[in-house]
Write a protein that binds this ligand. Structure first.
Ligand SMILES: Nc1ncnc2c1ncn2[C@@H]1O[C@H](COP(=O)(O)OP(=O)(O)OP(=O)(O)O)[C@@H](O)[C@H]1O
Length: 251
């Protein structure tokens, strides 16, 4: 279970980016974090993998406090937290298979990583995962030759080969066309169930969040004003998050 208690962060004095954020997420749940631009969604994700130092609170992953981990412990913890990015963060000139294998780097010495030494088991698992995300026939193709939706599926396979407990997705569908966005959301939900992991995605697409997520967390001005199952996100809640005009537009 992931438990966040009273998380707070200010980048500048007297300008809180997050105030008193608390939530719990059980394995097998796909959670969307929604809210207007600048609300604090990315700050939450960055705190969860400690890319930024928050100011206060607790972040417990299966009872282990991520915030108090030392450097070595954090390296171990980060293996358990996969990341998926809006712009994929793939090495375009390398093959799809090599990019998936990069998800194993956290388990290797720097030298083994640089030399690209992977075990037969790792290669087999990478191929199995490519099959899972529907990209088997692209394994030896360069990533530069793929569409955006295909690249994001490589990113998902790369996150899964880490054997994560949690996958954090920072606007995973923001660069995709509507059909690819649907496919990626469907895939994230399906894999979250299948691997019984926690998947958290920052999203601007309320309709897709409602359609695919199990739980929705709504943030406004750094405060959590909604945390419930996706079907409970009604017009009133959307209006509270984004304002009445936006809610009308979305109706
Ligand atoms: N590195 C930084 N230095 C100073 N202020 C920052 C920094 N990063 C974010 N902020 C501020 O913190 C607040 C929350 O930003 P954050 O990026 O978390 O919002 P967001 O909800 O992810 O926005 P968006 O949907 O536009 O990506 C904003 O007011 C932003 O300007």
């Amino acid at each position: 279970m992931l438990e966040v208690k009273n998380l707070a962060k200010s980048y500048q004095k007297d300008k809180p980016a997050l105030t008193d954020i608390s939530f719990k997420i059980d394995p097998g749940n796909f959670v969307a974090i929604i809210g207007p631009s600048g609300a604090g969604k990315t700050t939450i994700l960055r705190s969860l993998n400690q890319l930024i130092k928050d100011d206060d609170g607790e972040i417990l992953l299966d009872g282990e406090d991520i915030r108090s981990a030392n450097k070595k412990e954090l390296r171990k913890l980060r293996r358990q937290i996969g990341m998926i990015f809006q712009n994929y963060n793939l090495v375009e000139r390398l093959t799809v298979l090599e990019n998936v294998l990069h998800g194993r780097l956290g388990y290797k010495s720097t030298l083994a990583g640089v030399m690209g030494h992977y075990t037969e088991d790792e290669k087999k698992e990478a191929l199995d995962l490519l099959d899972k995300v529907g990209l088997s026939e692209f394994a030896l193709q360069r990533c530069s030759e793929l569409s955006g939706g295909q690249k994001q599926r490589v990113g998902i396979a790369r996150a899964l080969i880490q054997h994560p407990k949690v996958i954090l997705c920072d606007e995973p569908i923001a660069s995709l066309d509507p059909a690819s966005a649907q496919n990626v959301m469907k895939l994230l939900k399906q894999l979250t169930d299948e691997y019984n992991i926690i998947c958290i995605a920052n999203l601007h697409q309320i309709d897709l969040a409602k359609q695919h997520a199990d739980q929705i967390i709504g943030i406004r001005h750094g405060e959590m004003i909604f945390n419930d199952s996706a079907d409970k996100l009604d017009q009133a809640a959307i209006a509270e998050l984004y304002g009445a005009a936006a809610a009308k537009e979305l109706a």
